[in-house]
Design a protein around this ligand. Structure first.
Ligand code: ZN
Length: 261
């Protein structure tokens, strides 16, 4: 195997593992949620929030470890050496717990609103409460997936800062990304110190991956970059208008494709 193919394989394995981590957490949160009554879920006692935090944290731990593992594998493929251990300064568990808590309260807010609206002996109300419960759980589970994947993304962000052998980075997108992610991917490899905010929305498995001397963006990702860049260049306007037009058109086509399926 060549350096490049080892590097490609590491990137692909990392990406797939992060999708798995996120999706398996989503299922675990959904099944935990089904065991909560609407009252308990809406109340959000510290015991309930702690359960949610623990679910997220165990997946985030795995995701972080996979980030370290991938960075080393990619670096080793390119340079022959893994990164020194001092590359990583470790996680801020208090901050992570705070993020999970915020996520819990944000996604259960509609449920608390709904609880104020009606009486638990009214069948109509119970039906709409069930629906609110279901959508709150779905949104919470999806956000848990995003928080879990932040583990690996944090590990890679630390390595980008600390590892002098990182010469650039690129955004690897999902197979069918949204317009925002496609726009970032259209920029290809970035080789400056300046980093755009590393933003990842809910349901997005895109990753910002490092580049080292001796390896290039994997061909598959480079082909997407070219495709998105051609679209970008064909989008009229400039500045914020061009950004908006690109994303609108991209998302509209994506929606049409998905509706057809
Ligand atoms: Zn994305």
């Amino acid at each position: 195997m060549s350096r490049q193919s080892d590097f490609n394989a590491a990137a692909q394995a990392y990406y797939s593992t992060q999708v798995d981590i996120s999706e398996s957490l989503l299922e675990r949160v959904a099944s935990w949620w089904r065991g909560l009554s609407p009252q308990r879920a809406a109340e959000g006692s510290s015991a309930v929030v702690r359960e949610f935090q623990a679910l997220v944290s165990s997946s985030r731990t795995r995701s972080y470890a996979e980030g370290v593992k991938f960075h080393n594998a990619a670096r080793e493929a390119a340079t022959g050496e893994p990164a020194p251990e001092s590359t990583w300064d470790g996680r801020d568990l208090a901050a992570e717990a705070g993020q999970s808590k915020t996520s819990y309260y944000v996604h259960t807010a509609p449920l608390r609103e709904e609880m104020k609206r009606g009486r638990l002996d009214d069948p109509e109300f119970l039906k709409s409460l069930d629906e609110t419960m279901e959508s709150a759980g779905r949104n919470l589970a999806r956000d848990a997936g995003r928080l879990a994947e932040a583990g690996g993304r944090d590990a890679l962000a630390e390595a980008r800062e600390e590892d002098p052998d990182v010469i650039g980075w690129y955004r690897k997108t999902d197979a069918d990304p949204c317009g925002f992610c496609a726009m970032l991917a259209s920029r290809g490899g970035a080789f400056t110190k300046y980093m755009e905010p590393d933003r990842f929305h809910t349901g997005c498995h895109c990753q910002t991956l490092p580049l080292f001397r001796g390896v290039e963006i994997p061909a598959e990702d480079a082909a997407k970059r070219d495709e998105y860049l051609a679209r970008w260049n064909a989008t009229p306007g400039s500045g914020a208008d061009q950004v908006k037009a690109f994303q609108q058109e991209f998302n509209a086509e994506r929606k049409a494709r998905r509706d057809e399926q």
